[in-house]
Ligand binder design. Structure first.
Ligand code: AMP
Length: 584
């Protein structure tokens, strides 16, 4: 019978784990910082640690990135080659007049140029802001404008489909570099050919002398209301990327590592670009979308040893059946981790059955910049739990008392808000241009995560839910307001309310409720039209999958749509406190 704990013994570990009792006891952030090189003048730069430290050392000829294109062709790029290409991009930015702190946005599929541009921009002291290539024109425009984009790196097809029409709405965007992504693709007018620009640039570059407090990355995330929030991250965050790569992902020098997250989201940047390079390992980049057979083939043929993926992907593999997995062999695979949404206990066990290893859940969010809570290789796993705080991280379950004070709940198994004590290096330093919104995330020494959780008597944390209305679909955080705004642009829509509807595969799917303006009738044709309208504007990753018509939407007396009530009604749950409901 399955116990509720997966116990680990030395026999379960193929390599001595990086996190043992001594490492945990002796850990300090300053000691982790001391293991990095730093810049000659004393500053620190993420790309210098990720690239130059290796390119100027013993790992220069080690493969840094192994890119698999959609047809499965491989291209290996060594640390020395990647450094030279990043230098060329940094020199290209300089030639374009881009200065320290200016924003370089990336909108690409997982192609080598994305990684080269990200690292080169960091070397140049520019701020990197990755966008998800499945976004539609609307989310792209909003983020380019909010982030004050100076440069965009994209592909010819993405430019034509998603950027050309909105470019005039972002006048600060001065330079667009495009990677031709079809043999016949020509570079659109008003853009520069990425390859040609780099061909003319020198391959040596003196990294901008950035400090640990200089802004490095801008990651947009969604809130319940208002525009997306640009979480500001600094070069000093590299210390967290380094320490968590070592302890949460257990990276060892000879690992072949595969992070399946897209760099358009924070996991794909912190752990798809930065952390593996910091550890000098070989990182697999798969350009193609999910396909169960393809993924098993990659795990097998590329001899992946450490795999970082997400619950939705694991559920899709589970759906494909354990027999498919058994058709492949994974003798090198020694550690599997997952993040982004609740990982069902069955998925943890399925890993053991199908891949020979349990899945290790971990928890973090855009604002934390790196993994905060996790199941590490030597730890016993309690399937369904996110694990325990990593070294250097203090997590607590908190609540507000009646007189407004923050109280840390000591009683085990009690629900409250998950909070982290300030002080880890990758903590976000602001929401761009939204100081008040940033301030409200903190209470004294604690950062309030917006997640509800419990801690058990053994110090394991258990996710309960979000304290707000944001939606997690296939691991992607979606702001209901952004979806509602796009729907409201349609002439038929009077009001829109958007919720996350539980879904066995994606965790949640986006469902919209709309009421119509006078003169419009609910019909299947109109539903399809609205779905199409939203998809065109927002892109497939954000648009609603379902739309329902209602005569009117429930609102509070102050006029806010009560999404909580829409959700309760959808799920047939008790409606809770409706005293704020208009007309009640
Ligand atoms: P993002 O900022 O897009 O990375 O989303 C962060 C949010 O994803 C967290 O605040 C949680 O709500 C959710 N999340 C991340 N990891 C986990 C996990 N292991 N279990 C449950 N929810 C998670």
């Amino acid at each position: 019978m399955r116990t509720s704990i997966i116990r680990k013994s030395a026999g379960d570990l193929r390599l001595p784990p990086n996190l043992d009792a001594a490492a945990a006891a002796n850990f300090t952030w300053s000691q982790a910082r001391a293991e990095l090189q730093g810049l000659p003048g004393g500053g620190i730069n993420i790309a210098h640690e990720a690239l130059d430290r290796h390119a100027n050392g013993l790992r220069a000829t080690h493969v840094a990135l192994r890119h698999l294109d959609r047809r499965g062709h491989r291209r290996d790029i060594t640390y020395a080659e990647l450094t030279r290409s990043a230098n060329k991009f940094a020199n290209t930015l300089r030639a374009l007049g881009v200065r320290k702190g200016e924003r370089v946005f990336l909108l690409c599929a997982r192609i080598p140029e994305l990684y080269i541009a990200a690292l080169g921009a960091l070397k140049a002291g520019a701020v990197v802001s990755p966008l998800f290539s499945a976004f539609g024109p609307e989310p792209i425009k909003t983020r380019l404008a909010l982030g004050d984009a100076r440069v965009l790196v994209t592909t010819t097809s993405l430019y034509q489909r998603k950027v050309a029409a909105i470019r005039d709405a972002v006048p600060a965007l001065r330079h667009v570099l495009v990677v031709p992504d079809a043999p016949t693709a020509t570079v659109p007018s008003g853009t520069v050919d990425f390859g040609e620009a780099l061909a003319c640039a020198a391959d040596v570059f003196a990294t901008e002398p950035t400090t640990e407090d200089d802004m490095a990355l801008l990651h947009f995330t969604s809130g319940t209301t208002g525009t997306p929030k640009g979480a500001v991250h600094v070069h000093g965050a590299v210390v967290t990327h380094f320490a968590t790569g070592r302890y949460a992902l257990d990276l060892h020098p000879e690992d072949i590592y595969w992070c399946t997250a897209d760099p358009g989201w924070v996991t794909g940047t912190s752990y798809g670009i930065i952390a593996p390079l910091l550890h000098g390992v070989t990182s697999i980049i798969d350009e193609a979308d999910f396909d169960a057979e393809r993924w098993y083939r990659i795990l097998q043929d590329e001899a992946v040893s450490v795999w970082y993926t997400a619950p939705t992907a694991i559920r899709m593999l589970m759906k494909a059946g354990v027999e498919m997995a058994r058709g492949y062999r994974f003798p090198q695979l020694r550690f599997i981790a997952s993040v982004g949404e609740p990982l069902n206990p069955e998925a943890v066990w399925w890993g053991k059955d199908a891949l020979g290893l349990p899945i290790h859940d971990n928890w973090w969010q855009t604002e934390t910049g790196g993994i905060m809570i996790g199941n590490t290789p030597a730890m016993d796993i309690k399937p369904g739990s996110m694990g325990r705080p990593l070294p250097g991280v203090e997590a607590g379950i908190v609540r507000k008392t009646a007189d407004g004070r923050l109280e840390v709940i000591e009683t085990p198994d009690t629900e409250g808000e998950l909070a982290l004590r300030k002080g880890w290096p990758s903590m976000f330093r602001g929401y761009l241009g939204q100081d008040e919104r940033y301030r409200t995330c903190f209470d004294g020494d604690w950062y309030l995560t917006g997640d509800l959780a419990k801690r058990d008597a053994d110090g394991y944390f258990w996710f309960v839910g979000r304290s707000d209305d944001v939606i997690k679909s296939a691991g992607h955080l979606i702001g209901p307001f952004e979806v509602e705004s796009a729907l409201m642009e349609h002439p038929a829509v009077a009001e829109a309310g958007v919720i996350g509807k539980p879904d066995p595969m994606s965790g949640e799917v986006v469902k919209a409720f709309v009421s119509l303006r006078a003169g419009f009738e609910a019909s299947d044709a109109l539903r399809l039209e609205l779905l199409g309208h939203a998809r065109k504007r927002l892109g497939a990753a954000v648009a609603p999958k379902e739309i329902a018509f209602l005569p009117s939407l429930p609102r509070t007396r102050s006029g806010k749509i009560m999404r909580r009530l829409l959700k309760a009604r959808e799920l047939g749950l008790p409606e809770g406190d409706t005293s704020m409901l208009e007309g009640s």
